[in-house]
Design a protein around this ligand. Structure first.
Ligand code: BES
Ligand code: ZN
Length: 635
């Protein structure tokens, strides 16, 4: 087995070395992870500043503004209209503007009223088709008439039945990492920042919202105008259309949602305004004017997406007790780490997600106290350990080599939790106040810029590594960023509230305590998760029945607790939970919640057949990303 994998890897390396860097070949992440330590050293030298996931040529011509005029056709499931791009030549000799597209039909390109020559190149898997436009002699704008395909990778068109209200259809886009190109022809690279304006035409009864200035009291007339005056990378352009209504939560914060969940969402997330204020106090003023939330239908493939001014949020975190609101802290924190200071390429994703995860913990501590901070940090650390045990070594590196790979296939806890742990170590070494001051300056220094890992490293060299040369060590920092695993002696989060859970779990497993005797009355959702996530792989039927009948786990309304329990159920083939498992898989499209269940089910023949049935029923309602991520388990 090993030798076959090794041969496959040699083949991949050769392919990568020979392939035209403009047209990376499609290489899937291995389904069964193997440690392949030498993989990167065999490849050609990586160009840190190059975006290997875009065809665009911003070094020759750079787009600075996009004006959209799009009609949402819910019958055809298409966005139809024009994108007018304003550009500047970086190279005076430049003759061609190269854009990214994926599944787009390009009808015409014009400058003024004059047609402009264009050519749509052959499609490359994962990346789409480059659109070459011959620059007109005069002016600095081109208008592209186009429409999207009904199965655009970055858009999901939902039928009324797939929404909370069941009466109106819904559309949402999800551009990160490389899907903006499936609904707008543009330079789809985080190195290119654009301002944008848009006119969106919808059926009259629906409301459109975007990652831009939204007017909560706009007349609902089917024509909506937007303006995003700050330059943003393409992966932050976002649109949603549905039976949306608005409720204010604070002076600068509010929620958009379907009417039946609006009140529940507004009360679940009522601390958003305090989170915003606390973050500003520590890391500097919020740059984006308003901060609103949009609650999506349950098929939204992520927990949240930090679309500027309007984070997109899964409804699966509305638990009724604020237990899962760290997601809001996370998306809010991206307003600093990610949206203001942006990763230059997808190799640098950890600069977005690691800094944001670090900030998330800090915000949660500021609002909910140190016990919660410790519990969440331990749960995050355990997720990290699980990934380190399972992933190939090259995928454990913060500055990951993604050449020839689809960024969607490499999603893991590494950029998040390893990134955050690294920052936590620096914080502990230089002191919290000093580190906060550093972060504030870092956000200012690189504001509205896209930076590479290497730029961050040299900034660190000039700042903290110089000021705190006595406690910081350059080699160790390199180890954190460029080597797999967690360096020895790294911080290890701990929680007293969890130690108590360990004690009773051990006693129950030993048989010295029955489930009924465990005093769970004051347990937080985090303690429940810790209790379940740290059960041994195998439990016997009596134990499973005892847990379920005492704590009603199969019936849990908390989607995270249900997830942890259902995973135990699958590992132990606890059939009384399978009906719930089925409806969970069909009802939720959030990949983090369903993928581990499919992965576990796929390990047995019977489990796989069950997974296949659930997947087939769920598929019409799943987002393309969720289909892509789980399809392999049921084939
Ligand atoms: N920006 C990410 C989602 C993302 C990352 C989409 C990479 C595509 C490519 C978002 O901020 C995020 O991290 N969401 C997490 C939140 C969680 C860590 C609190 C999620 O969806 O689970
Ligand atoms: Zn994030």
């Amino acid at each position: 087995m090993k030798s076959i994998r090794y041969l496959a890897f040699l083949w991949i390396s050769t392919l990568l070395a020979c392939s035209n860097p403009e047209q990376p070949a499609e290489i899937k992440a291995p389904q069964t992870p193997q440690k392949t330590p030498q993989q990167t050293s065999k490849q050609t030298q990586i160009d840190h500043a190059k975006d290997y996931h875009s065809f665009a040529n911003p070094d020759v011509v750079k787009v600075s503004h996009i004006d959209l005029d799009l009609t949402a056709d819910f019958d055809k499931k298409q966005l139809i209209g024009t994108a007018t791009l304003t550009y500047q030549k970086v190279d005076e000799q430049g003759k061609t503007l190269i854009l990214d597209t994926r599944g787009l039909t390009i009808l015409e390109v014009t400058s003024g009223n004059t047609p402009v020559a264009f050519e749509l190149q052959k499609e490359v898997p994962n990346l789409g088709s480059a659109l070459h436009i011959t620059l007109p002699e005069q002016g600095n704008q081109v208008s592209i008439s186009y429409h999207t395909s009904k199965d655009a990778s970055g858009a999901q068109w939902l039928t009324p039945e797939q929404t909370a209200g069941k009466q109106y259809p819904f559309l949402f886009t999800q551009a990160q990492a490389v899907h903006a190109r499936s609904f707008i022809p543009l330079q789809d690279s985080p190195q290119v920042r654009v301002t944008y304006t848009a006119t969106i035409r919808t059926p009259k009864e629906l409301l459109a919202v975007m990652s831009a200035a939204n007017d909560p009291v706009t007349p609902r007339d089917g024509v909506y105008e937007f303006n995003m005056p700050q330059p943003i990378p393409s992966y932050l352009i976002a649109l949603a259309i549905g039976d949306l209504h608005f409720k204010a939560m604070g002076e600068r914060t509010g929620v958009y949602a379907e009417p039946s969940i609006l009140d529940a969402a507004a009360s679940e997330f009522e601390d958003t305004e305090s989170m915003l204020e606390a973050t500003e106090k520590t890391y500097g003023p919020y740059s984006w004017d308003r901060y609103d939330l949009l609650i999506l239908p349950p098929s939204f493939p992520f927990g949240g997406m930090e679309n500027p001014r309007l984070s997109f949020i899964t409804p699966t975190v509305i638990a009724g007790d604020k237990s899962l609101v760290s997601l809001i802290a996370h998306e809010l924190a991206h307003s600093w780490s990610g949206n203001t200071v942006t990763n230059a390429t997808w190799r640098d994703l950890w600069l977005n997600e690691g800094f944001t995860t670090y900030l998330t913990y800090r915000i949660m501590e500021m609002i909910y106290g140190t016990d919660r901070y410790n519990m969440e940090a331990v749960l995050g650390y355990q997720d990290l350990q699980a990934d380190i045990a399972a992933l190939p070594e090259n995928d454990e590196i913060l500055a990951i080599d993604l050449r020839g790979r689809n960024p969607d296939d490499v999603f893991s806890n590494i950029p998040y939790e390893k990134g955050a742990l690294f920052l936590r170590e620096i914080e502990q070494k230089v002191g919290r106040d000093n580190f906060d001051k550093f972060l504030l300056e870092y956000f200012n220094h690189f504001a509205f810029k896209s930076i590479t890992t290497d730029q961050f490293v040299s900034y660190l060299d000039q700042t903290l590594l110089t000021t705190y040369a006595d406690v910081l060590d350059k080699e160790r920092i390199h180890q954190w960023i460029f080597e797999p695993g967690i360096p020895d002696g790294a911080p290890m989060p701990e929680s007293d509230a969890f130690s108590k859970v360990d004690t009773v779990r051990d006693a129950w497993l030993e048989g010295s305590l029955s489930a009924k005797q465990i005093n769970t009355q004051d347990w937080t959702v985090h303690q429940w998760l810790y209790f379940l996530n740290n059960m041994p792989q195998k439990l016997n039927d009596m134990q499973l029945v005892e847990l379920d009948s005492t704590f009603q786990l199969t019936a849990s309304k908390n989607n995270e607790i249900a997830h942890s329990w259902l995973l135990i159920a699958v590992k132990n083939e606890y059939k009384p939970a399978y009906e719930r498992l089925y409806s969970y898989l069909v009802g939720i499209g959030r990949n983090k919640l369903v993928k581990p269940l499919y992965r576990e089910l796929a390990k047995t023949v019977e489990g796989k057949a069950f997974a296949k049935r659930a997947f087939e029923e769920a598929k019409p309602g799943y987002h393309p990303l969720t289909v892509h991520a789980n399809q392999g388990f049921v084939e």
